[in-house]
Design a protein around this ligand. Structure first.
Ligand code: SF4
Length: 355
């Protein structure tokens, strides 16, 4: 069988799915050159369109219909703001940055979901939804209130699962008991804000937890059979390339299903603005091409089965001080994919499991 690659050649497959080998031809300098003969299906992932494990494709394989996350603000607070684990919150945090207009806590969960659905349902009538408890710490309340919120979301027509964003120090056993049962009847993803694998950084940004607490929270949750996602920020103060490669190795060692990467953003009204003025030597805000190469270096070190959901976050321009790349998420992803082809890069290239 001959399969054409999008832009750079084709390969010929002999054998069947279980046992096959492939002769790969690449279009170089006006000629098709024999590039490589390979025997494993692993390589085919590297040269196909998907050079990394993409969240949208992962969802497509899980659900027989289109699925879209709808962000919610359930009106929770955060133990790192109210004095339970800390005061003032993480130094980079301004929660206004992650709440779409429909996502206002004086609306009920049902109202927010119905309004969110309105964005998609006219264009995609077959669309189903994941209720994404995003703002603040979505496991930080009385158990009965948490359960009522989650169940309200699941009762909304078209909602086929939950994603719950929280902190690693905020997952009591009683809640895990409930989530374990919930996970058996619906799709569930618990997302932990990891942010850094370095305790000095975590202290500097006032996260209020250690990396070891992240390790324990992820492991406790996975032991219940629940899928776990992680979120890290690339470019936190004092974290250069070497530290981020070390982080990628540590993140790969966690039993994560999904991961989001975000660039560090300096947001108006945060304590990090003061930190950046006091200690400018600790801060370097990447130009977009530098960040793309950093992300590629990072995901080359990652375990190849981790599903990558995002690479950038987009804060409202009215709040963003730096860096202002003016790129939408899909524009960034297109540039990243192009650069991965140029570098002949793939997720896990330098991870033992990916070689
Ligand atoms: S980033 Fe999350 S954990 Fe940190 S202060 Fe903001 S809401 Fe709390």
């Amino acid at each position: 069988m001959i399969t054409f690659l999008q832009s750079n050649g084709f390969y010929v497959t002999f054998g069947n799915k279980e046992s096959s080998f492939h002769i790969i031809f690449s279009f170089r300098a006006g000629f098709f050159l024999l590039l490589q003969i390979v025997t494993s299906n692993m390589y085919m992932n590297r040269i196909s369109e998907e050079r990394y494990n993409e969240f949208g494709i992962w969802l497509k394989n899980l659900f027989p219909y289109k699925v879209q996350k709808i962000s919610l603000n359930a009106g929770f607070t955060c133990p790192n703001r109210d004095g339970t684990t800390g005061w003032g919150g993480c130094t980079y945090c301004n929660n206004q940055t992650f709440s779409p207009d429909y996502c206002i806590s004086d609306k009920t969960i049902t109202q927010q979901l119905e309004e969110g659905k309105g964005f998609f349902s006219s264009k995609y009538p077959e669309m189903h939804y994941l209720a994404y408890f995003q703002a603040y710490t979505n496991t930080y309340a009385e158990l009965s209130r948490l359960i009522a919120m989650y169940e309200e979301a699941l009762a909304v027509s078209g909602v086929v699962g939950l994603a719950i964003g929280t902190r690693p120090d905020c997952m009591p056993d009683a809640l895990l008991d409930y989530l374990e049962e919930l996970n058996k009847r619906t799709f569930l993803l618990v997302e932990y804000g990891i942010e850094s694998a370095n305790d000095n950084t975590l202290q500097y940004i006032n996260r209020g937890h250690t990396f070891q607490q992240t390790v324990e929270a992820v492991e406790r949750t996975v032991k219940r059979g629940i899928r776990v996602g992680g979120h890290v920020i690339l470019g936190l103060p004092g974290e250069g390339h070497d530290e981020l490669m070390r982080q990628a190795d540590l993140i790969s060692a966690l039993p994560l299903t999904t991961l989001k990467l975000h660039q560090l953003q300096l947001i108006k009204g945060t304590r990090m603005v003061v930190q950046s003025q006091e200690s400018p030597h600790l801060f370097s805000f990447y130009k977009v091409d530098e960040y793309i190469d950093l992300v590629i270096d990072y995901i080359e070190r990652l375990r190849p089965d981790i599903v990558l959901e995002r690479f950038v976050s987009q804060s409202p321009r009215s709040l963003l001080l730096s860096p202002d790349w003016g790129l939408k998420n899909h524009e960034f992803t297109a540039r990243l994919r192009k650069r991965m082809v140029e570098r002949d890069s793939w997720q896990g290239k330098w991870n033992e499991a990916g070689q």
